[in-house]
Design a protein around this ligand. Structure first.
Ligand code: NAP
Length: 282
């Protein structure tokens, strides 16, 4: 079984991006800039943002974090986004989720200029992705896609089963694999026989949030299995895939932690650089 090393893949991607940033600096005399808005003091969000900032600095991006207390008014955040939309030194804007209840998440997402939407959540980018046009692609599914391509460069005609239909993971993952000519089944909590669906799959992507849902006897021999889940349990962090069981059948599997997670941040940097490059062509 191939253990898909997300840490290594992310380090390789960051190294490529660092070179690209250096080339962009010498060509345009400026570098892509990423601005993250962090609202409140939730520990996981603070950790994510710190890691994003560290990685952005590592590849040579200009990076900035704007912090607000969780009492900040929605209007203040929307005005700041407008300001960043018209700031030429800002290539990418990310508002760290979740947001406090009094702030409308969709309003915030839609306030971001789609050409600076490095999370790929703006409806314009969602539509472009599903229409097959150029767009920002949500970072986690993009990371999964890059990991799958390392194992299966030719996905033509493969059967893929996506477990979970969230806007964040399952739906964009479906679009990415469709684009590669996979036959894609997207499953969810109302799917009648999830095991039977999974048993058909050459590729399984599990993004559910249920610890070790996908079992060893759900997986066809030689399937490539990508585990997006991050679940805190009494025995530590586990994924949505039963690692010990599935590793006995699968051709390749991502561990949790150390699989998809590290790729998510590296893909955020990639999206920032891609937004910058598109802005230079305009
Ligand atoms: P989400 O928005 O909660 O969506 C979960 C999806 O799973 C829903 O579509 C739900 O179906 C489906 N589901 C629930 N129970 C199911 C069942 N028994 N069988 C089949 N499908 C079922 O979750 P998410 O935001 O996509 O996150 C999923 C997991 O990925 C979480 O563990 C999260 O922490 C993790 N995650 C990891 C990263 C990373 O960087 N590695 C990034 C983001 C998220 P319905 O639509 O019918 O409710």
């Amino acid at each position: 079984m191939i253990l898909i090393d997300g840490k290594k893949a992310a380090a390789e991607l960051r190294a490529e991006l660092k070179e690209e940033v250096a080339e962009l600096r010498s060509k345009h005399n400026k570098v892509p800039g990423l601005t993250v808005i962090l609202i409140g003091d939730l520990t996981p969000s603070q950790i994510y943002v710190r890691n994003k900032e560290k990685s952005a600095n590592e590849v040579g991006l200009k990076s900035e974090v704007i912090k607000y207390p969780d009492t900040v008014e929605e209007k203040t955040v929307l005005e700041k986004i407008q300001e960043l939309n018209s700031d030429e030194t800002v290539s990418g804007i990310l508002v760290q989720l979740p947001l406090p209840k009094h702030i409308d998440k969709q309003k915030v997402i839609e306030a971001i200029d789609p050409s600076k939407d490095v999370d790929g959540f703006h409806p314009m980018n969602v539509g472009n992705l599903s229409s097959g046009y150029e767009s920002s692609i949500p970072c986690t599914p993009l990371g999964c896609y890059l990991l799958i391509k390392k194992i299966e460069p030719n996905l033509n005609g493969k059967k893929a089963v996506i477990v979970g239909r969230s806007n964040l993971n399952g739906k964009p993952m479906t679009q990415l694999l469709l684009k590669e000519n996979c036959t894609v089944t997207i499953t969810h909590s109302k799917t009648k026989d999830l095991k039977a669906e999974c048993l058909e799959a050459d590729i399984i992507v599990a993004a559910v949030g249920i610890p070790e849902l996908v079992r060893g006897d759900w997986v066809k021999k030689d399937a490539v299995v990508i585990d997006v889940g991050i679940n805190k349990t009494d025995s530590g962090i586990v994924g949505d895939v039963h690692f010990d069981e599935v590793s006995k059948n699968a051709k390749a599997l991502t561990p949790v932690p150390g699989g998809v997670g590290p790729m998510t941040i590296a893909c955020l940097l990639k999206n920032t650089i891609d937004c910058f490059k598109r802005s230079q062509i305009k």
